[in-house]
Design a protein around this ligand. Structure first.
Ligand code: SAM
Length: 285
């Protein structure tokens, strides 16, 4: 590798599970910089020692970002070289660092990317969903009303959507996706990527919901959820027709209100609308 640039801030991607998933260039930079700013210094220490390296580490996280950012950039301006890493994957992708990069540009400090792992892109590469155009949504807001609003704003999105979600919210998240985007959308859950229990499950949202209901042991670890975008209006019509088919099948077995409630869960359509349709179907049969 070329010698390190002096006075530069290196933004270094690290593994998302498997510790060997790191580039030779990243290792060289982590070995040679004057200091590594790390989200969790113990975590980064493990990565360094796995690769037989050691270097001076400085804690850099969302709670001290502004203060430490200034100190890091002072160091770069004085001719030092600094690496920024997060606990996993590419820094700034749902991770801290925005502030220090903005300030680096403002102060004229050179910022150098050392690319590598990113859970979103690893998941996209195996999801079997269209990859020409996609949108990264990261984590939804924590508050239920804001989550709902964000998802509803995505209901007409035609690109594949990539979400990060914490394990404890996964069941609720699948319900929310079904309610806002409809249950027929093809989706993929990429779990524990690059780790021992890596699992890629690709099914329509309603079937994913049923799958995780039957396999609660799969609700462990880290998750990327990808959902296909809204298709053309012709395909939308097919989806609407399929909600009629679902309702008609259920009406053969149960009361209109139960059929409407179940069809709403399956298709993500409004229960009231389906109930009105069920009554209409019953009276015209
Ligand atoms: N900077 C990281 C990146 O480049 O992907 C993301 C960090 S974010 C704090 C952590 C989230 O990323 C997890 O909650 C999960 O949604 C996703 N993630 C990280 N590692 C993963 C893995 N090995 N398998 C599946 N998802 C993962």
């Amino acid at each position: 590798m070329n010698r390190l640039e002096s006075g530069a801030l290196y933004v270094v991607a690290t593994p998302i599970g498997h510790l060997s998933d790191i580039t030779l260039r990243a290792l060289e930079v982590l070995k040679s910089v004057d200091c590594i700013a790390a989200e969790d210094t113990r975590h980064t220490k493990k990565l360094l020692s796995f690769h037989g390296l050691s270097n001076s580490l400085l804690a850099f996280h969302e709670h001290n970002e502004t203060r430490v950012a200034a100190a890091l950039l002072d160091r770069c301006e004085a001719g030092g070289s600094v690496a920024l890493v997060s606990d996993a994957g590419t820094p700034l992708v749902s991770d801290p660092g925005q502030n220090v990069i903005e300030k680096a540009h403002e102060r004229g400090v050179r910022v150098i990317p050392i690319p590598g792992c990113c859970a979103a892109l690893a998941a996209l590469s195996v999801a079997g969903l269209p990859v020409e155009r996609f949108v990264f949504e990261g984590f939804l807001p924590a508050r239920p009303a804001r989550r709902k609003k964000r998802l509803q704003s995505l209901s007409e999105e035609t690109r594949v959507m990539i979400f990060y979600e914490a394990v404890h919210r996964m069941p609720q998240f699948l319900d929310e996706l079904i309610a806002s985007l409809g249950g027929y959308r093809l989706a993929c859950v990429a779990r524990e990527l690059t780790k021992q229990f890596e699992t890629i499950t690709r099914l329509p949202l309603v079937e994913l919901k049923a799958y995780f209901g039957l396999h609660p042991d799969q609700l462990r670890g880290e998750f990327v959820v990808l959902v296909e975008g809204l298709k053309s209006s012709l395909e939308k019509e097919v989806a609407v027709v399929s909600s009629d088919v679902v309702l008609r099948c259920l009406l053969g077995e149960m009361s209109p209100s139960k059929a409407a409630a179940m069809a709403a869960k399956i298709t993500g359509e409004k229960k009231n609308k389906l109930y009105a349709k069920a009554i209409q179907m019953q009276s015209s049969s």
